[in-house]
Design a protein around this ligand. Structure first.
Ligand SMILES: Nc1ncnc2c1ncn2[C@@H]1O[C@H](COP(=O)(O)OP(=O)(O)OP(=O)(O)O)[C@@H](O)[C@H]1O
Length: 582
């Protein structure tokens, strides 16, 4: 428990002990003291006829103690609440920093809904635990301790009778607690799934509607939400089972106290004032203990949340290097025995070695799933692939500072990524200092200047999320312009011309070749006619380079490249009319 707390907030419990404990002790003491004054008051009342002036000060003392206790309770509340809020803020920042240090590949792989459930829901639970639960729990516990100690000094037998319910209730609660814990896990899991399903549904709504699948996917969201409700109701029942059994057994202490109390009173061992005080204390103890156990049941869920946060904090981060890249021109890239798998037993890449000469354009071709995108991701250090390595100008990629490295790599993804904002702002993501003339020059090279000028406000036109108002080809050309603008020494292009018409495709091809004069380019392509001018072509099959060379050379030798080329030529000659005549 302390270990877990230390992980979420290093040094927290020592700080809590130092700052909160004195207030919590005072709160517990002020809650217990009025019972002592009550004893004095009843003794005076039963001693015989007395003046109002004799017991009025005692009443005022009780009232004063209760008032002081309210003030202290408020201080405790302010302290713990402020602490909980800061803890949540610190935790969210630490988690966000931690996620930033994850390999990009892991971020792409992980479910966004699951991560947001930890960052939002679980951190919220941790905050609730510290803001609203822990203070009252500790001060109630201290008050119960003070009362039991004080009453034991008055009469041991009555104290034992009063606490007898505890001896019965605690084992029952400990036994039934496990059910509540298991159910808390199921509920949190159902919550995360419901969140992930809703997020996925909202993000994919456009695609789902276009394919008439919105109904089918909605059924998945519906199912996830129903499961969440079921698990939530089950949690209410299962988590309450332990505390309810505890409370029923605890209450047995009151009749037992009455029996023992009457017997001792009749025997003259205790006086009526003390017996009445015991009864009052017993009722207060039972109420506080019942509330404490209910609070603890609630804290079980919070503890589960804390464990999920700790598990996320424990996930390894990508080791950062310290060397600053100081490259003036294109990079020489060497691959040495690269092997990689995504965590499963299957290797996606096996012992890849090769050179990408500085300023060259290397095309990566091969069947779907052969590992082309995976290799490109390793060059951008989305993942590491030890014991193999990537050398940039002869230096291990892992020696470079990660953020600086990724700033010097331009990537054009298969699916164009645009953000909400103006066209110019999207372009300047690559180079914040770029002038308007530089933007326009890059856009001319990427064949998108003309269509941008035709937009209502030209370069200042606001784009909505993911550039919904642009065609696929237009978005892709914008992304290529962005990569050109970055003037990165290494450019990775993943099937970037797939959604362009032949005319624009030819223009982009020229732009990519111009880019290769200033950068080293690795281009993934399915359409082989787009790679005929590449300086070298690597043919990938099941994670291995099975052929390498220039287009003419590869076409002249039997092998996968020739087979793929012939298949694509047949596909290009194919037309519906021709097929029907055949
Ligand atoms: N994030 C991931 N997690 C697990 N497996 C993955 C992941 N990305 C890719 N894979 C698997 O790795 C293998 C290679 O995938 P990769 O995307 O590198 O192939 P590719 O040659 O680029 O395919 P395509 O031409 O269809 O884009 C495939 O079997 C794929 O299922």
């Amino acid at each position: 428990m302390f270990e877990l707390l230390d992980k979420l907030c290093p040094g927290a419990w020592r700080q809590m002990a130092r700052q909160h404990l004195p207030w919590l002790l005072l709160d517990g003491l002020l809650s217990a003291l009025p019972f002592g004054v009550f004893l004095l008051l009843v003794e005076r009342l039963l001693a015989g006829p007395s003046q109002l002036a004799q017991w009025l000060p005692l009443c005022a003392l009780i009232w004063g103690l209760l008032l002081a206790r309210t003030w202290v309770a408020r201080q405790v509340c302010l302290l713990t609440h402020g602490w909980g809020v800061h803890l949540a803020e610190g935790l969210r920042l630490r988690l966000a920093e931690r996620l930033l240090a994850w390999p990009v590949g892991r971020m792409l792989q992980r479910d966004g809904g699951e991560l947001s459930a930890v960052l939002l829901q679980d951190v919220d639970h941790a905050e609730q635990a510290f803001s609203h639960l822990y203070g009252p729990l500790v001060s109630s516990l201290l008050m119960c301790g003070f009362l039991l100690l004080a009453m034991a000094t008055q009469d041991l037998a009555l104290t034992a009778a009063m606490a007898a319910g505890l001896a019965l209730g605690l084992p029952a609660w400990a036994l039934l607690r496990r059910q509540g814990l298991a159910q808390a896990d199921r509920w949190l899991d159902a919550n995360a799934q419901a969140q992930a399903a809703t997020l996925e549904y909202l993000e994919g709504l456009r695609t789902l509607k276009a394919h008439g699948m919105a109904g089918a996917r909605f059924a998945r969201v519906d199912q996830a939400l129903r499961r969440q409700s079921r698990e939530s109701l089950a949690l209410e029942w299962r988590a309450a089972l332990g505390p309810l059994s505890f409370i029923s057994l605890l209450e047995l202490g009151l009749p037992l106290l009455m029996l023992v109390g009457l017997w001792r009173w009749q025997g003259g061992a205790v006086g009526l004032p003390l017996l009445l005080t015991f009864l009052l204390v017993c009722m207060r103890l039972h109420r506080s203990l019942s509330l404490m156990v209910l609070g603890l049941a609630q804290s079980e869920v919070m503890l589960r949340s804390a464990r999920r946060i700790a598990a996320l904090l424990d996930e390894p981060v990508q080791a950062d290097g310290s060397q600053q890249p100081a490259w003036a021109g294109p990079l020489q890239i060497s691959l040495r025995d690269l092997s990689f798998g995504y965590g499963g037993a299957e290797q996606v890449l096996s012992q890849l070695s090769g050179e990408l000469p500085a300023g060259s354009l290397t095309a990566l071709v091969g069947p779907s799933g052969s590992g082309k995108s995976t290799l490109a991701r390793l060059l951008a250090r989305f993942w590491d692939a030890p014991p193999g390595t990537v050398l940039l100008d002869g230096v291990d990629i892992r020696s470079y500072e990660l953020a600086a490295l990724q700033q010097r790599i331009a990537i054009v993804f298969q699916h164009p990524q645009l953000l909400t904002g103006t066209v110019a702002a999207n372009l300047r993501l690559a180079s914040p200092e770029a002038t308007q003339a530089e933007l326009e020059e890059a856009c001319r090279q990427a064949a998108c200047h003309d269509f941008i000028l035709a937009l209502p406000q030209g370069y200042e036109t606001e784009l909505s999320e993911q550039g919904a108002e642009l065609s696929g080809g237009q978005k892709q050309r914008l992304c290529i312009a962005r990569a050109l603008l970055k003037r990165a020494p290494l450019v990775l292009v993943d099937e970037a011309t797939a959604s362009l018409d032949p005319e624009n495709e030819a223009l982009i091809q020229q732009a990519l070749q111009a880019l290769a004069r200033h950068s080293t380019v690795l281009m993934i392509a399915h359409r082989l006619h787009t790679v005929v001018a590449a300086d070298q072509i690597w043919v990938l099959e099941r994670g291995r380079i099975v052929q390498r060379g220039r287009h003419a050379q590869l076409l002249g030798q039997p092998g996968l490249y020739q087979t793929l080329w012939q298949a694509q030529q047949q596909g290009r000659d194919w037309a519906p009319g021709v097929a029907a005549q055949a």
